[in-house]
Design a protein around this ligand. Structure first.
Ligand SMILES: [Zn+2]
Length: 319
């Protein structure tokens, strides 16, 4: 049985114009709790960090987090705190991270890299985005609410102030416990600070209404475009080959690609490939496939026809 590690960070940012490219936010607090399978807290971790890059608390962060520059002056540095955190994590044989939103694991790994600590992982990290699960629970995947709003809406006890890592972690855990059901917990997310390191470790995730594929990184577009696994349109339900109805095309200069295919058993499927810049090196692709609604087909046809018309007029202009 795996533990849940609910994680939250507080960070400081650069004063105007001093931002480091590889680390826009410097972590000043790591808070975490460990939950057992019933979502009961079994252990906790909370440490403040003396920032080394953005030494003066930005007024925005100071106001939100309510920590002053002076309070952090005698605290250990990131390296020391992170080492303690890894030690603490090590007490779990098996765990999955839970965070409110998708930023914390990225910012943590940016700090780890900046301060040259041992990487948390060399590939994508599976985690539960409790903010996303709460949106699904409420029935509107597209609306993300703040932790405070969620706590309020669920009528949970407000025991301590928000915006301190360890407090926010406990509120996140409270929300998780309240909304958790096994179906919801299957909706895992992937932090892609590190993309899959090779073909074998690429992500193929199947959910009840769609599938998701994440490629490894490629040097450039030519390499990525040449890989058949990126452009596969197999059915996400039965995993069998489909018949292409509209082949891959782009209407935004290669940022995203769309296709329509048909599974003899499960009908029309819409696939979208998004090309993304990797955090560390190269580019990679995320492909989502789901059943195509009438509206999906209509929208796709509209885009497709526009692309075809533009191509025609470009051709006649160059003649
Ligand atoms: Zn099928």
């Amino acid at each position: 049985m795996s533990d849940y590690i609910v994680l939250d960070l507080e960070w400081n940012q650069a004063l105007k114009g001093r931002e480091l490219k590889d680390m826009p936010f410097e972590i000043i607090e790591i808070g975490a709790v460990r939950l057992d399978e019933n979502k009961n807290e079994t252990d906790s971790f909370d440490m403040l960090i003396h920032p080394r890059e953005y030494k003066t608390m930005h007024y925005l962060n100071a106001k939100i987090v309510n920590i002053t520059t002076q309070e952090l002056a005698d605290k250990p540095d990131f390296k020391t705190v992170y080492r303690e955190f890894i030690k603490w994590l090590g007490k779990s044989r098996d765990y999955i991270f839970c965070t409110w939103g998708d930023m914390d694991l990225t910012e943590l790994q940016r700090n780890i890299r900046h301060f040259k600590c041992r990487e948390l992982s060399d590939g994508p990290i599976r985690f539960l985005d409790i903010q996303k699960l709460y949106a699904i629970h409420k029935g509107d995947v597209k609306v993300r609410t703040s932790l405070e709003t969620a706590v309020d809406e669920l009528g949970l006890k407000q025991k301590y102030p928000f915006h301190r890592a360890i407090n926010d972690v406990r509120y996140t855990a409270d929300v998780f416990k309240r909304i958790a059901d096994p179906a919801l917990e299957k909706k895992v997310s992937y932090n892609l600070f590190h993309t899959p390191k090779d073909k074998e470790s690429e992500i193929y995730a199947y959910f009840d209404t769609y599938s998701k594929y994440v490629s490894r990184s490629f040097k450039g577009k030519t390499a990525l475009h040449g890989r058949p696994e990126v452009w596969c349109t197999d059915c996400y339900i039965c995993k069998k080959k489909t018949v292409k109805k509209i082949d891959w095309f782009t209407s935004n200069n290669g940022k995203t690609y769309l296709s329509l295919a048909e599974c003899p058993e499960h009908g029309l499927l819409r696939s979208v490939v998004r090309i993304k810049k990797a955090e560390i090196k190269g580019i990679y692709a995320i492909r989502i496939t789901h059943s195509a609604s009438e509206e999906d087909i209509e929208q796709m046809m509209e885009k497709y026809n526009k692309v075809k018309n533009d191509q025609k007029s470009n051709l006649s202009n160059s003649e």
